[in-house]
Write a protein of this length. Structure first.
Length: 176
């Protein structure tokens, strides 16, 4: 043990005095230790070490100003198929509940609280109640206006006079 420590000390003293032209002398002095090191550790020195998964280095993405060819559209300006292609990776990696919650928080932060409540209602409600909510506007009867003859018949049956009929007609035209 003492011999190795003394030998290391001697090496450091010798290395201090060496200049660049003395490099062959240095290599000659280190050769026995280097060959012994290679002999002892030859197996793991031959193995290939891959550390790329530890570094987690992402590929650099070119900025929009450096791209060639057709300029990219904004997400909301593109077609549905393009949007679906862009979002496919996100959908495969992230859980749908996390996406819904992130959407809800994003909408509420941007001031769209009603839309955030709709997303919350859609994620927390049962499918049956959501189907009823979806079908409600389709089920409500559409307002059909009376023809002038039907309106006249209604006013006569109600016992209203001509002045009342003309007054109602002019007011409904004003309202649209």
């Amino acid at each position: 043990m003492q011999w190795k420590a003394k030998r290391l000390f001697d090496w450091s003293r010798m290395l201090k005095g060496l200049q660049w032209p003395d490099q062959p002398l240095l290599l000659k002095m280190m050769q026995p230790d280097a060959t012994r090191f290679v002999q002892k550790n030859s197996e793991w020195l031959k193995t290939e070490i891959n550390l790329s998964h530890l570094l987690n280095v992402s590929q650099p993405t070119p900025s929009l100003s450096q791209r060639r060819g057709r300029p990219r559209k904004l997400f909301w300006g593109s077609f549905e198929r393009t949007k679906a292609r862009d979002v496919a990776l996100l959908l495969s990696e992230v859980d749908h509940q996390k996406l819904a919650y992130a959407t809800q928080k994003s909408l509420s932060k941007s001031g769209k609280r009603t839309a955030a409540e709709v997303v919350k209602l859609a994620t927390n409600s049962s499918p049956r109640s959501l189907k009823k909510i979806k079908m409600a506007p389709k089920m409500s009867p559409a307002i059909t206006p009376y023809t002038p003859e039907e309106a006249l018949a209604l006013t006569i049956d109600s016992g209203l006079g001509k002045v009342n009929y003309l007054n109602i007609q002019s007011e409904t035209k004003k309202k649209g």
